[in-house]
Design a binder for this molecule. Structure first.
Ligand SMILES: *Cc1c(COP(=O)(O)O)cnc(C)c1O
Length: 362
């Protein structure tokens, strides 16, 4: 509810939403936000500290972020004109929804299609722009429901489809044949495949971007140990990137973030690899141990696990938080999410503590 004295001026959708605020309070162990544990070497820290403290602060950063886009492009085997960077992929999502918002067919407003459950920023960012979201439930194995997606595409005539693979919060990847079927059913729309967790997965979908002219992918440094930098990007057709640049704030990415991200992409690959190896091995241990204790866990291709509880998820969540451990509960979503928790993989010590504590609430 809004009781603002500006109510008569405000976009009506704002009355029904709240600002995004992560769980407040202080917790010794925070496994709620899919950040990866801090495990940079001392050498890498020194290099990053240097990158984060540019000699000149009086000038704006490179308006086109050329060097960073080249670093992203060369790693992906594309050219810099196929890359746009944002203050996190959240900002790239906002740029997409600002630029591609022309209502299709007889629609009074632009629409997007996505899955449920999935990353909430697609829906929230659409909503504050007056764009409608049609959410298609994933199937029982948390994979795409092709028939449902096709019906939604036909009915909604969406401007954009957002599909996260691997998906948040389910941790699973969408199967290739189903992705192809959905992409082929929406030739008029832009299909955005969000690869925020690709570093932890055994497959990626870059090949779909090369095969289909209406596919773009999203990437980010947030999940591989650099959430504080707020660096995300889109890789897609140059003519899309060209238009997105018109809605991008000119100096959207601060110079320290640009410099640090270039360093991460060009020179700290082995640090990222070490982190990813740690996270994957701890993820597999968490999966095995949680299963042994009596929780069922969906096989994960990400840096978190998607856990089903036997008792109400709120009881397990409260039990953990009263012991200083914060995870993410989906109890409020109800339905088949009512007994689900999403738990980020932490350090070995944090994961040990999680396992010890959660065993008491199995
Ligand atoms: C965490 C996450 C992002 C990342 O957003 P940033 O703004 O880059 O931090 C994007 N997509 C999904 C599916 C995520 O879970």
């Amino acid at each position: 509810m809004t009781s603002s004295r500006f109510a008569h001026l405000l976009r009506p959708e704002l009355a029904s939403i709240d600002a995004y605020v992560p769980h407040q309070g202080s917790f010794e162990v925070r496994l709620d936000a899919n950040e990866s544990p801090a495990m940079l070497s001392i050498e890498a820290h020194a290099l990053l500290a240097n990158a984060l403290a540019p000699a000149v602060l009086a000038r704006y950063p490179d308006v086109r972020a050329v060097e960073l886009r080249e670093a992203i492009a060369s790693r992906a085997g594309v050219t810099a004109d196929e890359v746009i960077v944002g203050c996190g992929s959240d900002e790239v999502i906002a740029m997409l929804l600002s630029a591609l918002d022309k209502p299709q067919g007889k629609n009074p407003r632009a629409r997007i299609v996505t899955t449920t459950p999935t990353f909430v920023m697609y829906r929230l960012t659409a909503k504050v722009r007056g764009i409608e979201t049609i959410e298609v439930p994933l199937d029982a194995a948390w994979d795409l429901d092709v028939a449902g997606m096709k019906r939604a595409i036909e009915f909604a005539q969406p401007n954009i489809l957002f599909i996260a693979t691997p998906n948040n919060p389910t941790g699973s990847v969408m199967s290739e044949a189903r992705l192809r079927a959905v992409i082929e059913a929406a030739p008029e729309a832009l299909v955005v495949l969000d690869e925020a967790y690709v570093d932890f997965a055994s497959t990626n979908v870059a090949y779909l971007r090369r095969e289909y002219p209406n596919v773009a992918t999203l990437g980010t440094l947030s999940k591989v140990g650099f959430a504080a930098l707020r660096v995300g990007w889109l890789i897609g057709p140059a003519d899309l990137v060209h238009e997105l640049n018109k809605v991008r704030q000119p100096y959207n990415l601060p110079l320290p973030s640009q410099r640090a991200a270039i360093l991460v992409l060009r020179e700290l690959r082995s640090e990222v690899d070490r982190l990813v190896t740690h996270v994957i091995s701890e993820r597999e241990r968490l999966t095995r141990e949680l299963d042994r204790i009596g929780f069922s866990v969906t096989p994960s291709q990400t840096n978190f696990v998607w856990v089903e509880t036997k008792r109400p998820a709120t009881e397990v969540f409260d039990g953990l938080s009263s012991n200083g451990i914060l995870v993410r509960s989906f109890a409020k979503s109800g339905g088949r999410l009512a007994k689900r928790l999403r738990i980020t993989v932490g350090t070995q010590t944090e994961n040990d503590r999680l396992l010890e504590t959660i065993a008491r609430f199995a």
